[in-house]
Design a protein. Structure first.
Length: 51
C-alpha cells in the first residue's frame, strides 16, 4: 500500500513489469503500463520496489 500511485518495478515468476501501481486488492494488484492495465496476482509477485 505504501507505493500505491507511484512508479514501481514488479518482478513476477514470469518476468518483470514496470509501471504505475494503480490499486491493491486482497488477491491482486493493478499496474498501469503506458495506458495498458495489468492485473497481477499477489502470489505471483517475487519482489516490488519503487523506481
Amino acid at each position: 500500500m505504501s507505493v500505491k500511485g507511484k512508479q514501481v518495478v514488479l518482478e513476477t515468476t514470469r518476468g518483470g513489469i514496470s509501471g504505475c501501481l494503480m490499486d491493491v486488492k486482497p488477491d491482486h494488484v493493478v499496474l498501469d503500463t503506458r495506458g495498458r492495465k495489468f492485473f497481477v496476482r499477489i502470489c505471483e509477485i517475487v519482489w516490488i520496489m519503487p523506481e
